[in-house]
Structures are given as structure tokens and as C-alpha cells.
Design a protein around this ligand. Structure first.
Ligand SMILES: [Zn+2]
Length: 208
């Protein structure tokens, strides 16, 4: 069985305040006699379910095209946490069996938001949580929240800490309806150079 854990990209998808919303412009139209429908897309590199590239927050030229794609394919643990607000800490995962975890996907109430709604009051990782993940040997953190830092944290301390520990992140997943457990994650960033992130189609495949 396959779970699609991607947000739908459309003009009604809510984006981070001030970010460029998704839009499309027709270049050619079948209805006007052209041989094809052809469109130009306009959007933020952080539209919907996306991978941050280190270039987003570090002075390094690591763009989506240079991301190690093996990080984005492989076993992933989906864990629901009760926390609705404030900083996520290791204790929020006390109920979970994280044996062998490499990729951790955190499921919160934010997955229940429809695509056209957005909340800045989401639970967010803390440095203690990141350090704990690094000790566990985690290589990828996936969240349903729009950021791995508090909405109004100008320091982006958790983005930096993830980079320091070589942990990549995917934001704005939609884990609604996915039972906790271990799956195969497939969520490849587009091979785009020069930019700071990439939308991706994220799916979970059951292992049986
Ligand atoms: Zn991002």
C-alpha cells in the first residue's frame, strides 16, 4: 500500500506569510488553436511538501541538485506526538519504538489542516531534540509543520543545528491518515541547481 504524504500544489495552497504563492500562466492554449496546452509555473522553492537545501540557511553552495538522494529513499519511522504547541523534546517520543531509526517523520495535528489553511502556532523542534536525533544517527527529519524552527525565531537555530549534524529536513508533509510505523519513504527533491529548496512528491510504501 502507498500513502501519498504530499500537499497538493495549487493556487489555493497556503504558503509561508510573504512567500510567493503558486500560480501558473498559459503560454499556449488548445482552446485557442494551439497544438498543446503549455504553461509557465511561478512558485517559491519552498512550496508545499519540500526539501530545504543547505544553501537556504548556510553560506554554502549546496543546492537541491547536489543533495544526496540516498537520504530521501529508505526506511522511515512515522511517529505521532501529542504535543500541540511549543518546543518538541525527546520525551515526546517516549512511547515510540525507534530501533534502527534513520529517517524520522513527525506526525502532529498540523497534518489535519486543509491545504488552504495555515497556522503559525505549530509545535517546533528544539536543540535538545536535534541533539538527541544526532545521537540516534538520524539522517533525515520530516515534519508536517512548515518549518523546523519556531515561526518567529530569527536565529533559525534548529536549521543550523541540523546542518551541523548533517541531518536533512523535509517540511510541510501531510501525514493525515498514516498509522505510526516503519515504511519505505520515497521523496526525491528535483534536480534543480542554484536554488534554496525543492518541492517533492513524498510517498510512503508499506514494507510487507
Ligand atoms: Zn523550507
Amino acid at each position: 500500500m502507498i500513502y501519498d504524504i504530499s500537499r497538493t500544489i495549487s493556487p489555493t495552497l497556503k504558503v509561508w506569510p510573504g512567500d510567493e504563492p503558486f500560480s501558473y500562466q498559459p503560454v499556449l492554449k488548445l482552446s485557442e488553436g494551439a497544438s498543446v496546452n503549455l504553461m509557465t509555473l511561478t512558485m517559491s522553492a519552498h512550496t508545499g511538501t519540500h526539501a530545504d537545501a543547505p544553501f537556504h540557511h548556510e553560506p554554502v553552495n549546496i543546492h537541491p541538485s547536489a543533495l544526496d538522494i540516498t537520504t530521501y529513499i529508505g526506511p522511515a519511522h512515522v511517529v505521532s506526538i501529542e504535543r500541540q504547541h511549543g518546543g518538541i523534546v525527546p520525551e515526546d517520543f517516549a512511547h515510540a519504538d525507534l530501533t534502527g531509526v534513520k529517517r524520522l517523520l513527525v506526525h502532529t495535528w498540523v497534518s489535519d489542516l486543509p491545504d488552504d489553511e495555515w497556522s503559525q502556532d505549530f509545535p517546533y523542534p528544539t536543540p535538545a531534540f536535534i541533539e538527541w536525533m544526532a545521537e540516534l544517527g538520524i539522517i533525515l527529519l520530516g515534519v508536517d509543520m512548515p518549518s523546523v524552527d519556531r515561526f518567529d525565531d530569527p536565529t533559525l537555530q534548529c536549521h543550523h543545528l541540523l546542518y551541523k549534524h548533517n541531518i536533512r529536513n523535509i517540511e510541510t508533509m501531510c501525514l493525515r491518515g498514516v498509522p505510526d510505523g516503519v515504511y519505505e519513504l520515497i521523496a526525491l527533491p528535483l534536480k534543480v541547481d542554484h536554488v534554496c529548496g525543492s518541492p517533492l512528491r513524498a510517498i510512503l510504501r508499506t514494507l510487507d
